[in-house]
Design a protein around this ligand. Sequence first.
Ligand SMILES: Nc1ncnc2c1ncn2[C@@H]1O[C@H](COP(=O)(O)OP(=O)(O)OP(=O)(O)O)[C@@H](O)[C@H]1O
Length: 485
Amino acid sequence: MDITGASGSELIWEKYKEAEKRLKELENSIEWFKVCFDTAYEGITIVDERGYIRMMNDAYCRFISVRKEDVVGRYVEEVIENTRLPVVLQTGIPERNQAHRLLGQDMVVHRIPIWKDNKVIGAVGMLIFEGVSELYKIFERMQILHEKIGDNRIVFESPKPKSNKVTFDQIIGESESIAEAKKIARRAAQTSATILLTGESGVGKELFAKAIHYLSPFQNGPLVSVNCASIPENLLESELFGYEEGAFTGSRKDGKPGKFELANKGTLFLDEIGDMPLHMQAKILRVLQEREVERVGGTKSIPVDFRLVAATHRSLEEMVREGTFRKDLYYRLNVIPIHIPPLAQRRTDIPLLIAAQLQAISQKNNMPAKDIDKEAMSLLMNYDWPGNIRELVNTVERLVTLSEDDRIRTSDLPEVFFGKGAWRGEQEPSASWKQPVSVKRGQQDEKKRILEVLQEMNGNKSKTAKKLGISRATLYNKLNKYQLG
Ligand SMILES: Nc1ncnc2c1ncn2[C@@H]1O[C@H](COP(=O)(O)OP(=O)(O)OP(=O)(O)O)[C@@H](O)[C@H]1O
């Protein structure tokens, strides 16, 4: 008997009933999953890490005229013509909205790698439209709809030259934390509330500020950016407030409006607000409270109306505690705080960002996009990215420029990428890029790194391969290549 008075067999019976109930629930949700999978209009196929089909839904089977039981367990290339799922398994890079020719029809497809514990364990292929013609039909229907309501914005014509407008779609990332930040920013953008963006350098604070402006009621006004850290302290006041004629020696004859005035009816982006000297903080607070400015050397007040977005990589709370940031200004700024997490805390976004960057570089240079092999991608996924997305953007650009063939490989990477977060805080980001990295140098780095890890692991090849983020087979190939056998 236990303290509730139940005997041992009663307890076992209860446990059994509980387990049975859970099993039923599980069966029920699997049933639901199967129904959804097979009811979807889109064709879906799932392959394991070797490229063998594990699942294919009814829509896909119907489209390529096969029976499920005949294709599950077969290598995907034997079943789907022109498939690039094996490539996606190799690179770990998602390929979204790609054209794919299947049974003589142009299709739009997504190919999505499944990452788990920094390894690609499979991939999902989705057929989005039954032929690209479906896409045109949607456009036609939208055009008719917009003509009816007197809105002729959607028309078939060649794409217009790109504007500098930034939209939230351009903020790449699907991790939970970035999706949450985007959700809050989208909502806040549509109000006039002050927004405080925080996050390490290079996480995308400025990109967020731009996307907020172009979605806000202030989008038709100017977007004026001020980097408070880069303006010398003695010029900060005249930059922000402007000055009147003859305010100081060397000033312009007819005076100059400041950034507050220039941002009228638009958005003022005060970047690195944590670097603002204390005496200027007081003056800024006054403008925010009174909504008017007085130019340096002037006497009249000029009304200003703008939305403020501020950003900082510092902790303003800590600065308030230390007495280096005014508490009242902090409360004025912190109306809608949005934190953008560092890239190392949202590693699932790394392949997406790399894919987008490879695409952007190829478009810019009008050449086919390079890809990355799985081992190199795994090293990039493991790296800490202290310079965040700015560092990633620069890294991909350098890799594309310096790698000699169409695929970026581990031998193209400098040594900072070998070993997780090896240098964080100890060395300048990407210091080893300073020398041009030839393939030869990359190979020397790789050989050195393999030897180091082999020694560390007392010659154990499995452990060495694991630590290097490569397969045992690849390690053996490399040992042969560098004659380390
Ligand atoms: N989610 C993202 N998707 C695509 N590009 C991004 C993303 N986030 C940042 N970038 C790019 O990374 C670079 C750095 O971003 P940004 O200047 O906005 O960072 P920041 O946080 O303002 O940095 P700092 O604090 O150093 O000024 C820019 O080229 C930007 O376009």
